[in-house]
Design a binder for this molecule. Sequence first.
Ligand SMILES: [Zn+2]
Length: 311
Amino acid sequence: MHIRLLSLGVVIAWLVTLTLGQGIAQKKKRPNTSQNKGFVLVIDPGHGGKDTGRLRGSKSMKHEKSLNLTIALKLGKYVKKYLPHIKVYYTRTTDRYLSLEERVDFAHGKDADAFISVHCNSVEHKQVHGTELHIHSFDLPASKYLAKLINKQFKQRAGRKVRGIYDADKRQKNFYVVQYTRMPSVLVECGYMTNTSEEKYLNSDRGQSIIASAIFRAFRVYTQSKRPRERREIVYQVQLMATQKPISPDSEHFKDVPKEVKRVPNKHSKKYKYRYVTGWEYTLKGARRLLNEIHSVGFKEAFLVASKSGR
Ligand SMILES: [Zn+2]
């Protein structure tokens, strides 16, 4: 009896060790699995369905949504052919509507390592032409690196006029898909549909192939090099003030604030129910720079708030 009890104890101890051991083994295994999941690229052809993007200049041309899709599919085809270890997903492969939020959610769902959105540009002045690359912030090293590589390919190999790399500060506008994606992300403007000769180029099979292969070559260099890490787990915003009664974020009060102001509910106070925030920074460096700017335009009490990005 004594022996049996003892052996039972041993068995229990052994079971406990085994279970713990498994737990440890699983814990160790999990990061490995995600590391070994392979590189995932999400390609996002801009617009689609009821959202045509820029309308074609004439009947013989195509709407922006179709150009974006054709170039995006070509890009994906090159990646699948020449970099077969990379997993490629498209936010859409047909002419269907998707909200910006759905595109970002899709990329997060696929645990993407890079996100490339494909668009064609337009502007009032017909002379304007060339490519542009858009990222959320120059403080995001991997996004910046990928944008630089694409820009270089456009200029040196594709012989395009390059208009450079823009971030939210430079263009004075946030672009949803590069702002909210938590992985390195670039939005490529392949050229201006409002420029007659560039529109023809964008509509030609040759032009589309040159653009897609330029993006592909840049992406290949990106995946094969020791690229910088980019962290987007924490988002910093500047809180300007809080009020008892709501005031419009567009009011005169905020006219000197360099970025868009948003009014959000204040969960921390029953009296001051509304708080006003600005900025969307993924680095403390960028956040401090913005805070200084906000202080200098008169919001002396402004401070930083940090939150986990995503839901
Ligand atoms: Zn577009």
